[in-house]
Design a protein around this ligand. Structure first.
Ligand code: URA
Length: 231
């Protein structure tokens, strides 16, 4: 058993364009997600609470325009989504699916582009098996992409996913990665390659172990989300 690690947020780097959501509801529920004493029902409930807040935090970057409306009391101006804005949700399979259900409730107009990749356990590099990144976005400047990746560990998978969108001319500024947890190594990799991409997470942990798992982390996010730990 490793030694206890405390104050992981305070001790970690928090560079520009990285948004650590410091919120008591998030930290309280993250404790349940991190716990080795796993109960699938409690886990799913805590996951839903944390993801909902992370998705709200990540979507605060969406642009709005002014619109005139009339309330029952008087005319007024309000901020609404620009109708020209196109929203893409890009969940990284498997665990990204849990994010996607909640993100679709908040953004029902979004298109969903699943990204299937698993991690080669020896090289820790992503192996793609499914890629629904659009071939030719009509209006890349107006497209906002949310890459939903539960764990930014080495940063290899998320960097591959971001590259797929940057190569389709989506501006880096329009890409937001939403992640349950991140390691400094993964954050550094994304920052070096794509400095303008935003990262939203609940915490930047201490680092990675020899198997590329986040420490203290929460274990395998996919197995815990789908109760396949013993398989
Ligand atoms: N993926 C996980 O599910 N957990 C980690 O700690 C790292 C990558």
């Amino acid at each position: 058993m490793r030694e206890t690690v405390t104050n992981v947020t305070k001790g970690a780097e928090n560079p520009a364009n990285v948004y650590v959501l410091e919120h008591p509801v998030v930290s309280h529920n993250m404790a349940a997600l991190r716990d080795a004493d796993y109960n699938p029902e409690k886990y799913r409930l805590a996951l839903k609470r944390v993801l909902t807040l992370l998705i709200y935090e990540g979507t605060k970057f969406l642009p709005t325009i002014k619109k005139s409306i009339t309330t029952p009391i008087c005319p007024t101006e309000v901020d609404v989504f620009d109708e020209q804005t196109e929203i893409t949700l890009a969940p990284i399979l498997r665990a990204g699916l849990a994010f996607c259900e909640i993100a679709q409730e908040i953004l029902p107009m979004a298109s969903v582009q699943h990204l299937g990749m698993y991690r080669d356990e020896k090289t820790l590099t992503p192996v793609w098996y499914y890629n629904k990144t659009f071939t030719n976005p009509k209006n890349p400047e107006k497209n906002f992409v949310f890459i939903l990746d539960p764990m930014i560990a080495t940063g290899n998978s998320i960097s591959d996913a971001i590259a797929g969108y940057v190569n389709k001319n989506i501006p880096e500024e329009n890409i937001v990665c939403i992640s349950l947890l991140a390691a400094p190594e993964g954050i550094k990799k994304v920052r070096e390659k794509f400095a303008k991409v935003k990262i939203v997470t609940s915490n930047i942990d201490e680092g990675l172990d020899a198997r590329g798992y986040i420490v203290p982390g929460l274990g395998d996010a996919g197995d815990k989300a789908f109760n396949t730990q013993s398989m």
